[in-house]
Write a protein that binds this ligand. Structure first.
Ligand SMILES: Cc1cc2nc3c(=O)[nH]c(=O)nc-3n(C[C@H](O)[C@H](O)[C@H](O)COP(=O)(O)OP(=O)(O)OC[C@H]3O[C@@H](n4cnc5c(N)ncnc54)[C@H](O)[C@@H]3O)c2cc1C
Length: 385
């Protein structure tokens, strides 16, 4: 399908596909096996100048938005869902600054992110507060010109590797969700430490760690927006970043489809290529429809968000949920088409299935997304009455 991309968007797509094909694909299995963070590939992202596709030009970026972020995430994830996450999770950590940072904060942090000199991360989840983010216990207590952060964030993507963390903490517990605030925390701030790197099912090249704050002194200039805005910062960030998760899922699904089509020509049984069997053809057709429908929904949602439309939580949740469910189905079907060979790790397809799973879980599970979609529908329905 023709998505009427601009020349610049096509350039981003082609460049990211080239990096995925030439630089990521050949090393993806090794990074996955070793569970190693892909610093060599991050350098390639920086040299290719793709780290700031969604950052305004005045801060050193390319001036794009959610669509450019999604196009890049899709293509890089085609190469490897784990490696591409160094880029995509930096987007998640950067959106709070883009959306709520003042000029001084943007000028201080965005140029290094855009140049690929620094990675970012976003930290809201805690051991007792996953889907129920309102249950976070990390506190930020005001003390003169500073806030003192205490608490532990769990499963933070890019944790320990990123230099810049956007963190949601409670400044006033008595106000419940209205008592949360968002902060920018530099990695080298005394009192910041990290847990061990998690050993994961998929996206194994990505680093996932606890981020621990122990009497960590944060200058008040690092507060994003104002006190009490923490959950709004988080929710608006997710509205902008979920199409990126959807695009990761899409890239993984597209790769699974490409591998399955290729293999179905090559593999012969009953004296024929398995692609001649209708049972296989129908699976491939269903996979292709899921992939294309995901892309159409993601690009439309991204365009709507970039246009400045107001109520985008529903479309953002829709594209994340649809594309990640599709990726899980498409990668599982690709495994089926490969038969027993894929069970042996020499083919990349089992990794695609492992990598796809996380897209149904992080940045809000798909159950939580369905809740977001349903409550928007109900609100819209009531408004029409
Ligand atoms: C690899 C990885 C990377 C991550 N990266 C980050 C990161 O960078 N930053 C960050 O802050 N967090 C991150 N997370 C955390 C992630 O966002 C959470 O895991 C996710 O929000 C779900 O929380 P939970 O795992 O505690 O599941 P739970 O909230 O305990 O949910 C368990 C199950 O119950 C379901 N459930 C819960 N509540 C409801 C409900 N109301 N209705 C219906 N079903 C419900 C869920 O859908 C799920 O199926 C990461 C997690 C992983 C695994």
């Amino acid at each position: 399908m023709d998505y009427l991309l601009t020349e610049e968007q096509q350039m981003i797509r082609d460049l990211c596909r080239q990096i995925a094909e030439e630089k990521i694909k050949p090393v993806a299995a090794e990074y996955d096996e070793r569970g190693e963070f892909p610093w060599d590939i991050v350098k390639i992202f920086a040299e290719a100048d793709i780290c700031g596709v969604y950052i305004p030009e005045e801060y050193g970026g390319m001036g794009g938005g959610v669509l450019e972020m999604a196009i890049a995430a899709e293509e890089l994830s085609w190469g490897c869902g784990g490696i591409s996450l160094a880029f995509a999770a930096t987007g998640l950590g950067t959106y709070p600054i883009l959306l709520y940072g003042n000029d001084a904060q943007k000028s201080k942090y965005l140029p290094d992110i855009a140049a690929g000199k620094k990675l970012a991360a976003f930290a809201i989840t805690e051991a007792e507060a996953g889907s129920d983010a309102g249950g976070i216990k990390t506190t930020a207590q005001k003390n003169g010109d500073h806030y003192i952060l205490n608490g532990t964030k769990q499963w933070i993507t890019n944790g320990g590797e990123a230099e810049i963390y956007t963190v949601i903490a409670m400044t006033d517990r008595s106000k419940g969700p209205r008592g949360a605030s968002a902060f920018i925390v530099d990695k080298n701030t005394p009192g910041v430490s990290f847990g061990k790197k998690e050993n994961k099912l998929g996206i194994r090249a990505s680093a996932t760690r606890e981020v621990i704050f122990t009497d960590c002194k944060i200058p008040k200039e690092n507060l994003l927006g104002r006190e009490g805005l923490g959950f709004i910062v988080a929710m608006k960030t997710f509205d902008h970043s979920r199409p990126g998760v959807a695009a990761q899922a899409l890239g993984i699904a597209q790769r699974a489809l490409d591998e399955a089509v290729k293999y179905s020509h090559e593999r012969r049984q009953f004296n024929s290529a398995i692609s001649s069997f209708q049972g296989i053809q129908f699976m491939l057709a269903d996979m292709a429809m899921q992939v294309e429908a995901s892309r159409a929904l993601i690009y439309s949602a991204a365009r709507m968000i970039d246009s400045g439309a107001k109520n985008v939580a529903k479309v953002s949740a829709m594209c994340k949920t649809f594309a990640s469910d599709a990726a899980m189905k498409v990668t599982t079907d690709a495994v089926q088409i490969f038969g027993g060979y894929v069970y042996m790790k020499e083919y990349p397809v089992e990794k695609l299935m492992r990598d796809a799973k996380i897209t149904q879980i992080y940045e809000g599970t798909n159950q939580i997304q369905r809740g977001v979609i349903a409550s928007a529908l109900i609100k819209e329905g009531l408004a029409k009455k």
